[in-house]
Design a protein around this ligand. Structure first.
Ligand SMILES: *[C@@H]1O[C@H](CO)[C@@H](O)[C@H](O)[C@H]1NC(C)=O
Ligand SMILES: *[C@@H]1O[C@H](CO)[C@@H](O)[C@H](O)[C@H]1NC(C)=O
Ligand SMILES: *[C@@H]1O[C@H](CO)[C@@H](O)[C@H](O)[C@H]1NC(C)=O
Ligand SMILES: *[C@@H]1O[C@H](CO)[C@@H](O)[C@H](O)[C@H]1NC(C)=O
Length: 462
């Protein structure tokens, strides 16, 4: 007796609703008239269903899946895609970006109208950027998190000769410009992408830089390979001429940067290195895999990173989480009382269920590697890994403070903590039955999902 999973209870309401619809449609009809009516109605119903399918197929697989993807940069050397965050709750929303760069490539120096939080999914990257008026370089490896502020000029280089670089990032727009989700302002560039330096009067700029107009043109007009390019010595093997050209450009670039930075805080070391002369106070990257999981059991683990682990998250008001589920396991139904959550499936596949406030199912869809979803604050949801493979997902929450997700199911769920006569009355049952129902799950947070056997599933009254 009494070993029904509480998940069943959660699913009961949508099931009941569809049962009522089903029996209404199946009610036996008497006489030809009614039969024809029924047939016509069914045709209409089928048409409507087809219409809905058509509508769905080019709309969305689920309300909270983010599928509105735009490619904001694409060259032979790499791509940048942005998945636009939805604005269901009319509060703050951000976008999720996917940056892929081939071996030995450079994402040209630029700044953006959005704060960036980078997560290195695979490969490694050298990020060079301006931090408090100083030039800083960081090498990031798999699992590293790093924040770059809106308006801060940065470049990214995949210096590895073999490995492709994959970065997942959040774009948190500081200001928005018209309809574009994010806006890049390229410093490095030429005719494509166009450097913002080109918008200035040539004479003025060359005087400012103390170079000739010709020297300036050699820098600001030659780039035409796009925002992500192969480094000299790239694909075609080493090419001394191109390399020299490249180094000369690098040198001039550093001179330009130097000038932009007022020349005081930086020194040129050797021929083509620029280093900050004062102690570099830019925070180090934080690696989510180096930290201890907040929770783990036989069925998986969860990590969270907040402002206590990595200070810059405080400033941006964004938290990061990572969840690993073994095959068939489930992150128990829960809700976020403090934050909206954006998630990306990193590996494997599974199911994502989200419930509307009125108790109807908002979404119950299969998700695969690369799928992006978001869960509005307060909405109950759960993730279940497919039976064949583990599922790993990761994401951003709109709060850098401890989020304290509230679990609805599991040994330490809010329903178990709240167990008492009032809860029994609320469910219109007696306390003993309710206790049995909610205490049969001995695990918390990440739950196994063994199939219930036939005899266990024999009907019994609740
Ligand atoms: C980054 O890595 C490169 C090559 O591995 C190394 O030369 C450089 O010193 C590193 N920079 C930092 C800041 O660690
Ligand atoms: C400009 O460049 C010339 C030649 O390189 C140098 O002699 C001069 O001092 C520079 N002027 C300034 C203001 O840096
Ligand atoms: C997640 O699980 C996979 C497969 O079980 C494992 O290879 C990986 O190291 C785990 N990641 C973390 C961060 O625990
Ligand atoms: C529940 O709320 C959602 C979202 O507001 C709505 O689309 C749906 O029709 C509602 N369902 C019921 C049964 O009221």
């Amino acid at each position: 007796m009494g070993t029904h999973s509480a998940v069943v209870a959660l699913l009961l309401i949508p099931l009941l609703t569809s049962w009522v619809l089903f029996t209404a449609a199946e009610r036996p009809k008497r006489g030809g008239e009614e039969w024809r009516h029924k047939e016509r109605r069914e045709e209409r119903y089928e048409e409507e269903e087809k219409e809905e399918e058509k509508y769905d197929s080019h709309r969305s697989r689920g309300v909270f899946l983010l599928e509105d993807e735009s490619v904001i940069a694409k060259t032979d050397a790499g791509t940048v895609k942005v998945v636009e965050g939805d604005n269901y709750e009319h509060t703050r929303h951000m976008h999720v970006g996917f940056i892929n760069m081939k071996p030995n490539t450079l994402f040209l120096p630029q700044y953006m109208n959005a704060h960036l939080i980078l997560f290195v999914k695979s490969g490694g990257v050298k990020v060079g950027f301006i931090f408090n008026d100083e030039y800083v370089e960081k090498n990031l490896t798999v699992g590293d998190i790093y924040r770059i502020e809106a308006g801060s000029t940065f470049f990214m280089a995949n210096t590895d000769m073999d490995r492709e670089l994959r970065i997942i990032c959040s774009f948190d727009p500081a200001e928005s410009f018209g309809s574009v989700p994010i806006q890049s302002f390229f410093i490095g560039g030429g005719s494509y992408p166009k450097s913002i330096l080109r918008g200035f009067d040539k004479k003025t700029l060359s005087t400012t830089l103390n170079v000739t107009v010709g020297e300036l043109a050699s820098i600001t007009e030659s780039q035409r390979d796009g925002p992500i390019i192969y480094m000299p010595m790239g694909k075609e093997g080493s090419n001394p001429e191109k390399l020299n050209e490249g180094l000369k450009n690098v040198w001039t670039w550093r001179k330009i940067l130097n000038t932009l930075l007022d020349g005081k805080e930086v020194e040129i070391v050797g021929e083509n290195f620029l280093r900050s002369s004062t102690e570099n106070k830019a925070p180090d990257a934080y690696n989510i895999y180096d930290s201890r999981p907040d929770f783990n059991n036989d069925y998986g683990s969860t990590f969270t990173v907040d402002g206590n682990h990595y200070k810059p998250l405080d400033t941006s008001g964004i938290g990061i989480y990572h969840v690993n589920l073994t095959a068939g396991s489930m992150l128990a139904p829960h809700l976020n009382p403090m934050a909206t959550e954006y998630g990306i499936v990193l590996a494997g596949s599974g199911t994502l269920q989200v419930v509307f406030p009125n108790g109807s199912s908002a979404m119950n869809v299969e998700v695969n590697e690369g799928d992006t979803f978001y869960i509005p604050r307060y909405f109950p949801f759960c993730q279940i890994a497919s039976k064949t493979k583990p599922m790993e997902f990761f994401g951003f929450t709109t709060s850098a403070h401890r989020n304290n997700p509230q679990f609805l199911v599991g040994a330490e769920s809010i329903l178990n903590s709240m167990m008492g006569p009032e809860l029994a009355v609320a469910f219109s049952t007696d306390q003993e039955k309710l206790k049995l129902l909610f205490s049969s799950q001995s695990e918390s947070i990440i739950l196994p999902s063994q199939e219930r056997t036939k005899e266990q599933d024999e009907p019994e009254e609740i």
